[in-house]
Design a protein around this ligand. Structure first.
Ligand code: SAM
Length: 281
């Protein structure tokens, strides 16, 4: 186990002349019980090809590699990536890639295990999970975002990320993590979550172009979640296509069903996808 406590973490950071960078969300795991928990809920098998985003000092990497077929670790900070490449060079199933996860081409994988850089949560979720080959995810993320992903039935709390995640994924586990599990101590609350691809994924979400449109559609109508669906779609179409659709035209496309008085937050995930489909032309 490559686990390091606070003292050892500070020592190595000093040696590498790294002053943890907020912009990169550099809060390193220093709690071995959390590492154990992450490994346990990940249910890693010998067939798993794992993507670890932000390997840092490698709090998770070696434990993952001991159970998986292959680990691709991506790290933006070259001091950390060279340190870890060196340290883990005896493993022939670990590949540390120096780069920005949002910029590089991601190697094929079926599971993502990561204490993610919380500064890029939105674009990272978009890139990794909203596509045609959806992995299982075991992630430490900002608690407020985890709460929006795990729908409590309070439709008013729906956001773009709630709809997006629940369209593609089944949310299976959420647990809180003490801020003392990290060095330096983060200013935001964090949660551990597990999400798995939906078995009954709507076929509309299995094609790159329709996925792109769906993401634009939810981003376009969620700012109007307290408005009725016809108005929200009108705003979306105007912003998206720069075309003004009449209320009657939108209602006609919606196919009636007395939708004119139903507010956006009253629709469930699958209804959103069905409505989106009607405007994909
Ligand atoms: N996995 C380590 C751990 O749990 O101790 C570090 C986790 S720390 C929360 C996030 C890591 O992501 C940092 O090492 C940071 O340098 C790296 N990082 C930040 N932005 C990144 C990006 N765009 N692409 C790849 N890595 C990034």
């Amino acid at each position: 186990m490559s686990f390091m406590n606070t003292k050892e973490t500070k020592l190595i950071l000093n040696k590498l002349e790294i002053n943890p960078n907020k912009k990169f969300g550099q809060n390193f795991l220093i709690d071995k019980n959390i590492v154990k928990k992450i490994i346990s809920v990940s249910e890693i098998t010998q067939n798993d090809v794992i993507l670890e985003i932000g390997t840092g000092l490698g709090a998770l990497t070696e434990d993952i590699a001991n159970l998986a077929k292959k680990v691709y670790g991506i790290e933006i900070d070259h001091r950390l990536s060279s340190y870890l490449k060196d340290k883990l060079s005896i493993y022939n199933n670990i590949e540390i890639i120096h780069g920005d996860v949002l910029e590089i081409e991601i190697p094929e994988h079926n599971k993502v295990i990561s204490n993610i850089p919380y500064t890029i949560t939105g674009p990272l979720i978009d890139k990794i999970f909203f596509n045609t080959s959806i992995p299982v995810g075991i992630l430490i993320i900002e608690k407020s975002i985890a709460n929006r992903m795990f729908l409590s039935g309070k439709y008013k709390d729906y956001s773009r990320i709630s709809i997006g995640i629940n369209a593609f994924m089944k949310t299976v586990l959420k647990s809180e993590i003490s801020n003392n599990s990290f060095y330096p101590i983060p200013k935001i609350a964090l949660s551990l979550i597990k999400i798995v691809p939906r078995e009954n994924l709507n076929p509309f979400l299995s094609d790159d172009d329709s996925i792109k449109f769906f993401l634009k559609f939810i981003a376009g109508i969620m700012p109007y979640k307290n408005k009725n669906i016809v108005n929200a779609i009108g705003f979306f179409l105007k912003n998206h296509n720069n075309i003004q659709y009449s209320r009657e035209k939108i209602l006609k496309i919606l196919g009636g069903n007395n939708l004119e008085n139903k507010k956006v937050f009253n629709f469930n995930i699958d209804e959103f996808i069905e409505i989106c489909k009607l405007f994909y032309f």
